[in-house]
Design a binder for this molecule. Structure first.
Ligand SMILES: [Zn+2]
Length: 509
């Protein structure tokens, strides 16, 4: 986190005024990294899947969230310390003290448990007050007068459900119909103390996949059927056993471990997406939520979890079978029909929904931590995810080298590379700075560049160097970043000493 702050990945929000917990700013490099993660998600879940993507408001009128059940169910149990006044989320407190999971348990039962276990304020040891239900949506009013109540959305999904009729027509009445939305979600956490893992404002990427309940299959299932899934089933968790079962997506369906093919399809796709971000397979698993842990709309939910050094296993996505809950509730509340007529046979159905929902900030944390653990001399991202892809340096700050190097940097930016130009300090110092933030390739312009039009490319991982003609540079870099070209094929290998000879003292300033 120290490195992340120093090099512009993450900054505490509102620092000037003492900060506010549950919020983070993405600095310049963090912003680019986050955008790249979002683009990857879009590639996996929108572009390749022919999904429809929409972008609806984050501020939502009360009637929508009453119909969706969030007014009633989006609650956490909390208690205030009678002595110091600090508020606590009870489920976290009980988990910390006793290891017990009280998520979804009734208020009275939890209150009795606090009493029985003698749980007191972790800050001052004071007695805790009554256990209260706290709705974790941020409430506001829309327009003057304060009569129309609204909330910052707790999920992007509702924006999709209320647009269902238009989406159905726009998608030319096909099933399964996947609809995506990426944007901010909000949760007024009672006492967030886990940095990036518990935020009050976060970025979600969600897919609502509408399908015929009599045909829960996916036309492309064959492509992922062999994908291995590590599953921790609810029945094992409820017996207190942390037992993983490893099966293919096909076996998971055939053996009834996962409710149907469509669900298994998205588990497999989720795994592929996470691995494409450079997260190691051995740190991934799917955990089935127990009935008490599941959200009010879900019949079966699998959490994709990533093992981190700092927080242990972290849930980064939930794949929920929401049934026809949302469409039926909105049809009932609005008085409008949200059923569709399927051909052939003119069968009238209310579509069911599978929802893969991703927490982009948590994924960001996992990617950053992985880059830190894997990089010996700073961060090491999967190359195409690096917020800076190429560093461009003039060897010296004279003889027309900076001008030429700026020209090269300009060319690379025009060609779409995230490029950083750096001329401050010795070349060794510049390489070290580039290595620290994970720039996979650095290009150095020297005297030879002026005479024969070639540059040096240095690979971060091995510090090896090759000499490549300028006109080939964009295509070579592009292939290197996609791992389509081996480094030794990127140009003529350079002797270790060759560039060192030209380097001179007195360049530090
Ligand atoms: Zn206290």
């Amino acid at each position: 986190m120290e490195l992340a702050k120093r090099r512009g990945f993450l900054w505490p929000s509102f620092e000037l005024y003492g900060g506010a917990s549950g919020f983070y700013d993405f600095g310049p490099l963090g912003s680019t990294l986050k955008n790249k993660i979002v683009e990857k998600w879009r590639e996996h879940f929108v572009r390749r899947e022919d999904s429809l993507e929409i972008d609806s408001p984050t501020l939502t009128p009360e009637e929508v969230l009453r119909a969706s059940g969030h007014l009633e169910h989006f609650v956490d149990l909390m208690s205030e310390c009678g002595k110091c006044g600090q508020s606590f989320k009870i489920s976290e407190l009980v988990k910390e003290r006793t290891g017990l999971d009280v998520e979804g348990k009734p208020r009275e039962e939890v209150e009795a448990l606090l009493e029985e276990k003698g749980i007191t304020c972790p800050d001052c040891g004071g007695r805790l007050g009554k256990v209260l239900e706290f709705n974790t949506m941020f409430r506001t009013t829309i327009g003057p007068g304060g009569r129309k109540v609204g909330y910052l959305r707790p999920e992007t999904a509702q924006g999709i459900f209320v647009d269902f009729r238009r989406l159905w027509r726009h998608g030319r009445e096909r099933l399964p119909l996947p609809v995506a939305q990426i944007g901010k979600g909000y949760r007024n956490e009672i006492s967030p103390r886990q940095g990036m893992i518990r935020l009050r404002e976060f970025t979600m990427a969600e897919l609502e996949v509408f399908f015929d309940p009599e045909n829960p299959t996916h036309p492309s299932f064959g492509k992922v059927a062999g994908e291995r899934l590590r599953l921790w089933r609810a029945e094992d968790e409820m017996k207190g056993e942390e037992r993983m079962v490893e099966v293919s997506a096909r076996e998971a369906v055939e053996k009834g471990m996962v409710c149907h093919q469509l669900m298994a399809y998205y588990l497999a796709l989720t795994k592929r997406f996470l691995m494409d971000l450079g997260l190691p397979e051995e740190r991934l698993r799917f955990r089935e939520q127990t009935p008490g842990q599941r959200a009010h709309y879900s019949r079966e939910t699998w959490d994709a979890e990533v093992r981190t050094e700092r927080f242990g296993w972290v849930e980064v996505a939930g794949i929920a079978y929401r049934t026809d809950y949302d469409l039926s509730r909105h049809a009932e509340a609005s008085g409008e029909s949200l059923s569709v007529v399927l051909q052939p046979g003119k069968r009238k159905v209310v579509c069911h929904v599978v929802e893969p929902s991703f927490g982009i900030d948590r994924i960001f944390y996992c990617v950053l931590e992985t880059a830190y653990l894997q990089g010996r001399k700073g961060l090491r991202f999967k190359k195409e995810l690096s917020p800076l892809e190429v560093g461009v340096f003039p060897l010296l700050r004279r003889d027309g080298l900076p001008e030429k190097a700026r020209e090269v940097a300009e060319l690379l930016k025009q060609r779409g590379f995230w490029t950083e130009y750096d001329e401050a300090g010795s070349i060794g110092r510049r390489y070290a700075r580039a290595d620290e933030v994970g720039i996979p390739y650095c290009v150095t312009v020297d005297h030879r560049t002026l005479s024969d039009g070639t540059v040096t490319i240095r690979e971060r991982e091995t510090a090896r160097q090759v000499r490549t003609p300028l006109e080939k540079l964009p295509s070579v870099l592009s292939s290197l970043l996609k791992d389509e070209l081996r480094f030794e094929e990127a140009g003529t290998p350079l002797e270790e000493k060759e560039e060192g000879e030209e380097e001179e003292e007195g360049e530090e300033g």
